[in-house]
Ligand binder design. Structure first.
Ligand code: T3D
Length: 258
């Protein structure tokens, strides 16, 4: 069904694999469209309670396929508005947890893609390169939004201005990734992590995601008000009732995502 990605659902997790390994999974127009379509499929499908985004082969994603844009005039603004921005906005709109399983290098907009996911897991072989500066460009695809919010403005400016490679170990140290796993067991560990998330209250997690990201943009009063609204919705879910009942009955909860 897809040409540039693989999409597979099992045990509550939709695994989206960027699948152009010979080009380090670099973005093409079709890949943007297919990622957006896969995210929409995952959002609609009640069997999906977590999305795991990874890359085939040695890389996670090397940003724009430079072969596609070299040699001609590029309408950069139009290019981003039409192709990259809708993909990043779709990640945000998806009210399910999105985990980046960064298996290898994440460069340019590939790094931005990982930053726009909710949680980043890294193989010890992963690395991050804010490659834009090396070709005279500015971090795009939300790179100027997420990077300073995740690592702080000082580190974000350093990484963007120098384009220096960050190892998985350093990424963990500066808070760029949440966990690092050995390369041999990486996908197993990432899947296990995603399955755990998929077994949690999915609607509550969707509301946490929306409220937390909104909180980045709002003042305290507005955030308090939005939390009150979100809690009304979360408080009406079956998973909230199940969580309280399980606590009272001293047993493990069985969340259904509703
Ligand atoms: O129009 C616009 O550009 C606007 C949009 C901007 C969004 C962006 O993402 S701009 C940033 C674009 N990306 C880059 O500049 C990264 C370019 N790649 C690299 O710097 C390096 O390849 C890496 C740091 C990612 C990895 O280095 P290394 O030494 O591990 O691997 P390599 O040998 O350089 O690459 C391996 C293969 O992947 C190689 O193919 P080959 O020679 O074995 O046939 C290489 O050409 C290919 N590859 C890597 N990155 C890209 C790519 N092919 C096309 N596009 C790429 N971005």
């Amino acid at each position: 069904m897809y040409e540039t990605i693989l999409y597979e659902v099992s045990e509550g997790v939709a695994v989206v694999t960027l699948n152009r390994p010979d080009k380090f999974n670099a973005f093409t127009e079709l890949m943007h469209k297919e990622i957006i379509a896969a995210l929409k499929d995952a959002q609609k499908d009640d069997a999906v309670r977590c999305i795991l985004l990874t890359g085939a082969g040695r890389a996670f994603n090397a940003g724009q396929d430079l072969g596609e844009v070299s040699g001609g005039e590029v309408d950069f603004g139009g290019f981003l508005r039409k192709r990259y921005n809708p993909m990043i906005l779709q990640l945000q709109k998806t009210e399910k947890p999105i985990v980046a399983a960064v298996n290898g290098v994440a460069a340019g907009a590939g790094m931005s893609l990982a930053l726009a996911c909710d949680i980043r897991l890294a193989s010890e072989k992963a690395s991050f390169v804010n490659a834009f500066v090396s070709i005279g460009l500015v971090p795009d695809s939300g790179g100027c939004y997420f990077l300073p919010r995740i690592v702080g403005i000082g580190k974000a400016l350093e990484l963007a201005m120098t384009g220096e490679k960050v190892s998985a170990e350093e990424a963990l140290r500066i808070g760029l990734v949440n966990k690092v796993y050995p390369a041999e067991s990486f996908m197993e560990e990432a899947l296990a992590y995603a399955r755990k998330l998929a077994a949690l209250p999915t609607r509550g997690i969707g509301l946490i995601k929306r409220t937390m990201y909104k909180g980045l943009e709002m003042g305290l009063e507005e955030t308090l008000e939005y939390e009150a609204y979100a809690q009304e919705v979360a408080g009406s879910t079956a998973d909230h009732k199940e969580g309280v009942a399980a606590f009272m009955e001293k047993r493990a909860p069985r969340f259904t995502g509703r």
